[in-house]
Design a protein around this ligand. Structure first.
Ligand SMILES: *Cc1c(COP(=O)(O)O)cnc(C)c1O
Length: 390
């Protein structure tokens, strides 16, 4: 008999009951160190006092009114995010993939409205992940994700991630935009080099294309900058964000320059739930904390400490671990042993991490961890590597 929850995940048989900071307790009372953060979502950890306060205060006032009306929290959050980024405007969504799909719409509309209705195609990267709608799986078509779901939208041209020459050769007079993750998350914490990202910007400018960054996983402080592209000193025309921005409350946004969003006039897009007052209270509360002086520096510093310790572990257990990857607290460990086994054994020892492609485990602690959590995680990693070596 089919489970009452549609069985599209092979879930771990653990049920959590409560969380605090980087720690989770399951229904049997067992404690785990959570270095998954709900896949880079709980940026401030579990039950952060500021978020609990913002949620309960807003819950007593107003949850939802629809986008028929002005929503004060949207205007506040959008003004703050435009101040902090390249963007001039944004649309709030409930999830990452919705923000991503809107990026696709905005880019097509831009080309259409500026005299290039023929420019409808997107150059995307191998190893990418953009979400699970029919459009998003067409952009990153692995057999697991697309098998049986066709026909797919034929509008994406995939080139090797990191290869500018191949990308340039794939541009045609039908290309509307380049669409990549600055660091691929699901793909195995594969970072585009700063030169590559700058090359994407220059190429987009040279050919009249828009540059879209999917920062759904990399954004909101995860790499130690508010957004990962800042490391390369360039900006996109459109960016989609989600995951960390709600701190665990489902929300996302598609940010754009005024130029790129030229076609987005009344009636061109909408969402029933997107940007409701409850979500906006959470987004604003997360941003309050992430923009505090020293917060991003903390992510850079503790991330560097953690990465250094992981490098050391890789050096001492070459039969178990191959290399470290990533920036800030978006870290990956490429394994020699099967990554799924590593995830399972770490969990058995009390540390939660996430698998990724390329035999990588993702280490995505909440951005608020300190040395105590780093030491606790390292002790479990060390113990687990020893077990594999025996
Ligand atoms: C998680 C993720 C998405 C999809 O977000 P959902 O909220 O699951 O729809 C898209 N792109 C990237 C890079 C992601 O990490």
């Amino acid at each position: 008999m089919i489970p009452v929850v549609m069985p599209t995940y092979s879930r771990v048989d653990v049920v959590f009951e409560r969380g605090e900071g980087a720690w989770l307790w399951d229904v049997t009372g067992r404690r785990y160190l959570d270095f998954t953060s709900g896949i880079a979502v709980n940026a401030l950890g579990h039950a952060h006092p500021s978020l609990v306060q913002a949620l309960t205060e807003q819950a007593q006032k107003l949850w939802h009114v629809s986008n028929l009306f002005r929503v004060a929290g949207q205007e506040t959050l959008a003004a703050r995010l435009t101040d902090l980024t390249f963007a001039d405007t944004m649309f709030f969504t409930n999830s990452g993939v919705e923000a991503w799909e809107l990026a696709v719409k905005v880019a097509r509309k831009y080309q259409h409205d500026t005299g290039h209705p023929e420019k409808t195609r997107f150059i995307v990267a191998s190893g990418a992940f953009h979400g699970r709608t029919t459009t998003a799986i067409a952009a990153a078509p692995t057999e697991k994700m697309v098998g049986g779901f066709g026909p797919l939208l034929d509008t994406f041209d995939q080139v090797a991630f990191g290869n500018l020459n191949e990308l340039r050769r794939a541009i045609t007079d039908k290309t509307a935009a380049i669409l990549v993750e600055p660091i691929q998350g699901e793909g195995g914490i594969r970072a585009g080099s700063e030169d590559y990202l700058r090359g994407l910007r220059a190429t987009a400018d040279e050919f009249g294309l828009l540059l879209i960054f999917d920062e759904i996983q990399t954004g909101v402080g995860r790499t130690g900058k508010l957004f990962a592209h800042e490391w390369a000193g360039i900006t996109p025309d459109i960016m989609c964000i989600a995951k960390g921005i709600g701190g665990g409350f489902p929300m996302g946004a598609c940010l754009a320059t005024e130029k790129a969003a030229i076609g987005m006039v009344p009636g061109t897009h909408g969402s029933t739930f997107g940007g409701n007052p409850l979500a906006m209270a959470m987004g604003n509360a997360v941003l309050d904390v992430v923009t505090r002086p020293g917060f991003l520096e903390h992510v850079q510093e503790i991330g560097a400490v953690l990465k250094g310790r992981l490098d050391d572990l890789v050096a001492r257990y070459p039969g178990v671990l191959a290399e470290t990857r990533g920036k800030g607290l978006l870290l990956g460990l490429k394994c020699v042993v099967p990554n799924t086994e590593m995830v399972n054994r770490l969990r058995a020892n009390g540390l939660l991490v996430v698998g990724a492609a390329d035999n990588v485990i993702r280490i995505l602690p909440p951005l608020i961890i300190g040395t105590e959590e780093v030491e606790a995680a390292l002790a479990i990693l060390e113990k687990t590597c020893k077990e594999f070596s025996q």
